[in-house]
Design a protein around this ligand. Sequence first.
Ligand code: SF4
Length: 382
Amino acid sequence: MASGYTLTPWEAKGRIDYDKLIEEFGVERLEDRHFEILQELAGELHPLLRRRFFFAHRDLDHVLADYQSGKGFFLYTGRAPSKSPMHIGHIIPFIITRWFQEKFEVNVYIEIPDEEKFLAKKADSLDEVAPYAEKDILNIIALGFDENRTFIFKDTEYIGRMYRAAVLIARHINFSTARAVFGFDGETSIGLIFYPALQIVPTLFEKKRPLIPCGIDQDPYFRLQRDIAPKLNRYKAAELLSKLVWGLTGPETKMSASEPETAIMLNEAPREARRKIMNAYTGGRATAEEQRRLGGVPEVCPVFHWFSVLFENDDKKLEERFWACKRGELLCGECKTHLAERVERFLVTHAQRVKEAEAKRDKFLYDGKLAQEMWNWEFKLE
Ligand code: SF4
């Protein structure tokens, strides 16, 4: 618990001070030079990078140097299914991972730890989680990954291939370290205590540097990985760390599936999404007259935040919205209607892509080029 907020892989409470987190977690701030090199290598910068929503890193310089020297790198991310569907905030790491895959033509590994929420006592049975795991997989495929360069695997299914590596990793993690990093206590199931070893396994899949785009709340896993990897003769994980997307209920709140008004689910009915957005907290004034006179406060407005993170690609238009709000030329009702239209459009298109993903699912899990290779993967200490 840092002053005023709690942030672990399981919990985010309170207002997060990202500057403090950089210090506390010992990560580095992304600098202009990183964005310049990425722009040069990729030919463009994704808005999530341009707008510094990804704000911190570990070893990105090494990743870029490895790429430039021809050594290459690979990408790893994941999604722990629970007993509720994915929401819009969950797709951020996948969007940027897909972008890196496309621009740098590298392999992507996506872990679906379908046991984690059960072990964390957030689901009553594995069977309860199973249908959500399948839906999450389709939601992820729908974001446009390359079927021959992407391997998606569920822990309960792929464990046979992972177990040897997990054991070698687990040998190096003492309980006192795990407890300090994750806040385990006497009530924690022993399965959850072993679980970090499984989340580290995919960082060993290739003898290249793994780059992990994720929310900064996931950093603790990879801090452990970075202690262990050299002992197993593998690269320390590099990370590209994002802020967390605000919920609709206020600035710096977190979207949470268990608090439906904070989030839009990927399978939400468009009309319900519109209702939630029209009820969202804003940085607007109490009356239209005041708003015209004083202007709104987009800096604390979740509606503006959503435009900037996901729903306005054009920097110029985003800036125009910012100033129209500030000058009182734009009223919140109109602004929320604009957002609702975009979110509705996104949901309709996404639903169509999820349908199309059904036919491709097995390529990502079993039959695609990378998936086939990975079903023969074995970890060897060299
Ligand atoms: Fe937020 Fe838009 Fe209202 Fe400004 S006009 S406070 S950006 S909802």
